[in-house]
Design a protein around this ligand. Sequence first.
Ligand code: DGL
Length: 266
Amino acid sequence: MDGRPIAVFDSGLGGLTAVSALIGLYPNENLVYFGDTGRVPYGTRSRRTILRFSAQAARFLMTFDPKALVVACGTAGTAAMEAFDCGVPSVGVVEPSVHKAAAVTRSGRVGLLATPASVRTGAYSECMRKTDPLVTLTERDGRLLVPLVEAGRVGPGDRVAALLVEEYCVPFREAGIDTLILGCTHYPLLTGLFAAALPGVTLINAGAEAAGALRGLMERAEPGGSGSLRFFVSDDAEGFSEQAAMFLQREVAEMAEGVDIEDFLL
Ligand code: DGL
């Protein structure tokens, strides 16, 4: 038995979409989550800053001696994946979601919506080129969506969210895509709005794909744990349970613990 936890990282709460999938896949594993809520969003920052923040997050998570690490943040995974190179088996969101999109597209026209930093790196398009050079990837950044999701503005009746999603989908409709990668782990919270804006288009949930990509690793690892969940945030932990419940789509009894992430110096 190996009771060491699976560590999950995101810049904020979006990575909880990966936690949700992990709980379903590995209900007995212990999970430890760190959301850098004091510094979210990462997606509008420079690579240098994202690298520094990511390295601190990795350093903090390594204090739990995890058996595996899920970088459930498209931005950190595209701009700073090397920061998580800590000798622990790790998965990010780029490869799993690109592989899934390449496998399910019929038309060979795929869309990618991610943060500005993720799109800027070209990591998704490079991965798609290697995976299937015949697929055309239409990329767009959804820079206004992360603060909206963190603020809980995700309901089907939210006019602002609906308007933004509709606007972000225009180039995808023009490109005739049949598959859209929601390449930022916050976006799956808006799945209903994307489905309405792009009827018939398959939506790929990057966080869930990252969790699924752990399967190979977990088959080789020793199982263990009691299904415990620990949440850490770098800002005020108050109100976390309500917000987390929205991402996890279930009641959250666990309280989040605060962490002074700047103490984890490089
Ligand atoms: N959840 C992060 C991602 O997947 C985005 C949030 C941010 O901009 O920090 O890219």
